[in-house]
Design a protein around this ligand. Structure first.
Ligand code: HEM
Ligand code: HEM
Length: 418
């Protein structure tokens, strides 16, 4: 046991690094959830049948006949949802403690790919119960692919294994879900952890305190905390799974689409964007620009470093709060105006839609963000890292508002409703 623990931890760690407030144990929790997914997933595989005729019945069989089947399915469902949230919180923790500068820069990029794989794992799993919820959620989500320029149509057919979501789609998703994606995640995770160790463990702010800089043995000090956090997490998932069943609606019916049809919750922000922008901009343009920024900003030259300090500086904290509040109100206002007031398509009928309802609103948003950025820079005398805090917080809150709007405030025909 001792040597297994030392495979992932150094013999001694800095005393300040085991404080819960450094990482909140989020990376470790994500790992534990993945292990739980792998174990429950392998158990489900013994009974699950990846065919349109058999899938739904096999889920019913798991729920009703298999000993502890319902519990295992619930654990797989809830920890599958939780892992997306925890990995995202881990990303926030890494970002807000600036753990993306060298020597951790490349690990940030690996992390972004890990996030994509976790979301794909959840998405491919979503289809497997083959009920009305999963069938139509995957149908609307894969419909979005059509708008990716040049390769969109091909990509959509490749993922669906044909024109519609049908038997081949289920088989493709099943193989990705239980084979390709877990393997890819596992390989990248090994690399991820190796990079954490090579960087000398998690980031901690420089300190003159002798007590904080003291090196203490990882066993038992770090291990004790990890076990405590792990047990608390498992208890939480277990309670959730005992009391709340994973949803299962009627058997999938390709001929009858419910109204509204919503994408899985983590994609509902993109679905919401689709209601406001030309699809090419909503599905490809905006996510592409954000992804380029996320991968590239750690490559900007770091300035005077206070790495490891939450929100970088006192100024940084104020900027984060300002960005969060502004983004919340501005995005909410934009959603409401987009629904009731603004209609570029009607105002500029002579222009192609991709210009009137795509490029023009995008440029207006770009100018607005730039002007706000300039204001923040002047008002707070913000440096480069503080401006990154501003952009990141603004975008994150904007996405969360869009996502919640999509989940809770869209009704029949995707109309806005209270
Ligand atoms: C991070 C990793 C994973 C995530 C996020 C994830 C997520 C999901 C989700 C959301 C579902 C639908 C559950 C439902 O509502 O019924 C599902 C189903 C399923 N998953 Fe996973 N999963 C993961 C890993 C795995 C692995 C490693 C395996 C097997 C090797 C697996 C096997 C299955 C099977 C057989 C089903 C169909 C049974 C069912 O829907 O209850 N999963 N997964
Ligand atoms: C399945 C997904 C992931 C798992 C299991 C995982 C696991 C971990 C663990 C255990 C650590 C060390 C302890 C901690 O920080 O809590 C860590 C550190 C790190 N992770 Fe992740 N991670 C995942 C996804 C991500 C994502 C999405 C990002 C960012 C885009 C990321 C970036 C980093 C970075 C830069 C570090 C080093 C942080 C530091 O030195 O303070 N990881 N990860």
């Amino acid at each position: 046991m001792h040597s297994i623990v030392l495979l992932v931890h150094p013999e001694k760690v800095r005393a300040s690094s085991i404080d819960y407030r450094r990482t909140f144990g989020l990376g470790g929790m994500a790992l534990l959830l993945f292990v739980m997914q792998a174990i429950t997933g392998i158990l489900l595989r013994f009974v699950y049948e990846p065919t349109p005729v058999g899938a739904y019945d096999s889920i019913l069989f798991i729920k009703q006949e298999v000993v502890f089947g319902n519990l295992v399915r619930n654990i797989h469902h809830w920890s599958g949802m939780l892992i997306v949230v925890i990995v995202f919180l881990h990303l926030l923790r890494v970002f807000y403690t600036q753990a993306y500068y060298p020597p951790r820069r490349f690990n940030w990029a690996i992390g972004l790919i890990l996030l994509v794989i976790v979301i794909l794992l959840n998405f491919t799993g979503y289809l497997l119960p083959w009920d009305q919820l999963s069938y139509w959620a995957v149908t609307v989500s894969t419909n979005m692919l059509e708008y990716v320029p040049v390769i969109g149509g091909w990509l959509q057919r490749a993922i669906r294994g044909g024109e519609e979501v049908s038997g081949p789609t289920l088989l493709i998703f099943y193989n990705l879900h239980t084979g390709v994606l877990p393997l890819a995640l596992l390989i990248l995770l090994v690399f991820h952890f190796w990079k954490v160790r090579r960087a000398g463990g998690v980031i901690v702010p420089a300190s003159k305190s002798k007590k904080k800089n003291e090196m203490i043995p990882a066993i038992p000090h770090l291990l004790e905390r990890e076990v405590a956090a792990g047990l608390a997490l498992m208890a939480f998932v277990l309670l959730l799974s005992v009391f709340i069943n994973a949803p299962l609606l009627d058997r999938a019916d390709p001929a009858f689409s419910p109204n509204p049809v919503k994408a899985p919750w983590y994609f509902s922000g993109v679905q919401e964007l689709l209601l406001h922008f030309h699809p090419g901009i909503a599905v490809f343009g905006i996510p592409f620009l954000v992804a380029i920024w996320l991968f590239s900003f750690p490559y900007m030259k770091p300035e005077k470093r206070s790495a490891g300090v939450w929100f970088y500086s006192v100024k940084g904290r104020k900027i984060v709060v300002t960005a969060a509040v502004t983004s919340f109100f501005l995005t909410t206002a934009a959603v409401i105006c987009g629904e009731f007031l603004i209609d570029f398509r009607r105002w500029l009928p002579a222009l192609p839609e991709v210009v009137s309802n795509g490029i023009i609103p995008l440029i207006i948003w770009g100018i607005l963000l730039f002007a706000m950025g300039l204001f923040i820079k002047k008002r707070f005398h913000a440096g480069r890292t503080e401006m990154q805090l501003w952009i990141f917080t603004f975008l994150t809150i904007a996405y969360i508002v869009l996502m919640f709007t999509g989940i809770f405030f869209r009704g029949e025909g995707m109309a806005l409703q209270w």
